[in-house]
Write a protein that binds this ligand. Structure first.
Ligand SMILES: C[S@@+](CC[C@H](N)C(=O)[O-])C[C@H]1O[C@@H](n2cnc3c(N)ncnc32)[C@H](O)[C@@H]1O
Length: 638
């Protein structure tokens, strides 16, 4: 195990803390809270076995209303798998202490009073090709407030890590420590915005980082900080933040294409010469700003001395000083004064790469909350984009007018469309992927709706399956089986209907019409075997099946039970969850957020109101609370 030094030393526990971070995010976020795997420092490595999601959920439930995570932490540390993990650290009390402190940071995120939560965003998908994490305000945060529990820890990068960690985005340059550091913990999920509403501050002298609101942050607003002025290329010209989008700058600016082609050739030549000099053995980072020697040419391409180039990190954030006058961090000068700030977001190889734009890109640039509240928000690439340079295509795609423009459609409307389409047995218009079809609902059909509603009600009273929770659907969706004859019967009925018009299957969730989603045998897939006969790249459509009221008496949301297959997923929000978990499984729910909280807090959410003295004002505005009031109805399908 690497030797431990103080945070100010050249080598600290970055390797260990990054391993801890990966381990903790797997067991405390990916496994039970989140619907995408969060980015890992060591994406390839397999973390040790941790406690099961059910165990952690039980712990969280037991301590959900605690004002401090201390009891939760000790219960967590007492779990057998955590104990055996800690046993491996017994030789180093300091490492053990760091693990405990880091676990506390992640566990604290589950306190009911925490004013933020993690969400997902598709904003950066055009570049990163994946959903990314973002941090959203759960309640109003006044300006100047330190955002409770949105914290992290900076650890200096050891030379091994410097070479080993090829691409980790949470590397920051600390002026105080004079070193590149890894930032780990919940605050590493905060994204950059050119007009941020918060900023990083240092807390104490041990590399602990917090986030302070610099203006009032509204409920559901994303919490953002400014990494640096030149973090995403010169003047952040690759920045994809909402502010740049609004102002038509950065990634969305008209000059970007011209610049990026120049930059491409410049950086290619810089890279070539850099490659030669990088054969040397020096990997140590600069210890202060004055060490870095860099300049910019007229094209905005930063040129480094050989030495600076050797030390360049691909991406770095900058930690600002604290708002108080006694700052442990010297006020940063210009971000560009350090060579690390010249991070080329689009590497040469990336720019050369031919873009493979999916022909169906949805929900671009919005977050989980948006998705929950705005049931549809679609950017549809009208046709597959053909070979061109990456920057060009990305630009074209991003310039499409409907980016970020919500398209509102009520679930009921979607369902009506679905019913009408299915009843008609065919579509009278060409419906392309991603396009929303329109049709008239026949009078005959409308009369039938009432009958079907009644029919559904009758059936529902006979069903015995208990309401579902996140833990149930999370455990192993593929193991989930239909658990009542009534369900199976309904499913059969639905399947028959689908098979009557096999070319057209409708996903009642997201209003998508799909063709040809039937197996080789011409039947709708009913089990894993059927599913495996289907091509991977097809969206498998989940027929709506049965709705059920949430067991929480304070929640009016309905669970939707359905059965489906697998498929690719381009969406976040509830839909992503739905697709991720129910594509294979028999069970799905309507609102991921409601269900997630239900799973974690054991339907205790409304009890927040009993903590009147503390949170009564905020509770009213709390988006989770609000979300739980969302009524989703799909009942008219039968
Ligand atoms: C510190 S991380 C923030 C959390 C990250 N979104 C995640 O999923 O873990 C920084 C990364 O977020 C993305 N990012 C954040 N803000 C961005 C912006 N304004 N423009 C482009 N990418 C951004 C980039 O992929 C960057 O490497």
């Amino acid at each position: 195990m690497a030797q431990m030094q103080t945070p100010n030393g050249a080598a600290f526990l970055s390797t260990h803390l990054s391993t801890f971070d990966d381990y903790l995010t797997v067991i405390l976020i990916d496994a039970l809270y989140f619907w995408i795997p969060v980015h890992k420092v060591h994406p390839g490595s397999r973390p040790p076995r941790g406690p099961s999601p059910a165990t952690i959920t039980a712990l969280l439930r037991a301590h959900a209303c605690d004002s401090s995570p201390t009891a939760l932490l000790s219960a967590f540390l007492g779990l057998p798998s955590i104990k055996s993990f800690l046993a491996g650290l017994s030789h180093s009390p300091r490492l053990r202490h760091e693990f405990e402190a880091h676990a506390r940071r992640y566990l604290a995120m589950y306190a009911l009073t925490v004013p933020f939560e993690l969400g997902t965003t598709e904003r950066y998908r055009a570049v990163s090709r994946r959903s990314e994490t973002c941090v959203l305000a759960r309640r109003p945060i006044p300006a100047g407030t330190t955002i409770q529990h949105l914290s992290g820890k900076m650890v200096a990068l050891s030379p091994q890590d410097e070479t080993g960690l090829k691409r980790d985005f949470s590397i920051i340059y600390s002026h105080r420590l004079g070193e590149s550091c890894l930032m780990l913990g919940p605050c590493r999920f905060v994204n950059h915005d050119c007009d941020p509403n918060a900023r990083f501050i240092a807390q104490g002298s041990h590399g602990v980082v917090a986030v302070v609101a610099i203006r009032k942050i509204e409920v559901r607003e994303e919490i953002t900080v400014s990494y640096a002025d030149n973090y995403f290329g010169k003047k952040n010209r690759e920045c994809m933040c909402a502010t740049c989008q609004r102002r038509g700058k950065g990634f969305f600016g008209p000059s970007r294409r011209a610049q990026s082609s120049k930059c491409m050739s410049e950086s290619r030549s810089a890279n070539e010469s850099g490659a030669t000099s990088e054969s040397g053995s020096e990997t140590e980072l600069h210890s202060d700003n004055t060490d870095s020697i860099s300049s910019e040419d007229e094209n905005g391409v930063r040129r480094h001395s050989t030495r600076a180039r050797k030390r360049r990190r691909p991406e770095m954030l900058e930690l600002c000083d604290t708002p108080s006058s006694v700052s442990p961090y010297p006020t940063p000068t210009s971000a560009s004064s350090h060579p690390s700030m010249s991070r080329p977001l689009s590497s040469v190889s990336r720019q050369k790469e031919l873009i493979k734009v999916e022909d169906h890109v949805e929900n671009f640039g919005h977050t989980f909350e948006d998705g929950c509240r705005r049931s549809q928000r679609i950017l549809t690439a009208r046709a597959p984009v053909k070979s061109a340079t990456a920057s060009n295509d990305r630009y074209k795609l991003a310039k499409k007018q409907d980016i970020g423009e919500p398209v509102r459609r009520s679930p009921r409307k979607q369902v009506q469309i679905a019913i009408a389409q299915i009843t008609a047995g065919s579509v009278s218009q060409n419906v392309r992927r991603g396009q929303q079809p329109l049709c008239r609902i026949s009078a005959k059909f409308q009369a039938g709706t009432q009958r079907r509603k009644q029919d559904l009600l009758d059936r529902r009273t006979g069903l015995s399956t208990p309401p579902l929770s996140v833990s149930e659907s999370n455990d192993d969706p593929s193991d989930t089986e239909w658990d009542s004859d009534g369900d199976a019967e309904l499913y059969d009925k639905w399947s028959n209907r689908i098979q009557a018009s096999p070319h057209l299957i409708y996903n009642a969730f997201w209003g998508r019409l799909e063709r040809d989603n039937v197996g080789a045998n011409g039947k709708f897939p009913r089990n894993q075997q059927d599913l495996s006969g289907l091509e991977d790249n097809r969206d498998i459509i989940v027929p709506p099946f049965q709705t059920r009221k949430c067991a929480n008496k304070n929640c009016r949301a309905r669970f939707l039970l359905a059965r489906g297959g697998r498929g690719r997923s381009l969406e976040t929000t509830c839909a992503e969850y739905v697709r991720r978990y129910d594509l294979k499984c028999a069970v799905q729910v309507v609102c991921v957020k409601c269900n997630r909280h239900a799973g974690i807090y054991g339907f205790q959410w409304p009890e927040v109101e009993t903590l009147k003295a503390k949170v009564v004002d905020e509770t009213v505005e709390d988006c989770n609370h609000e979300e739980r009031q969302v009524r989703v109805e799909f009942v008219s399908l039968w």
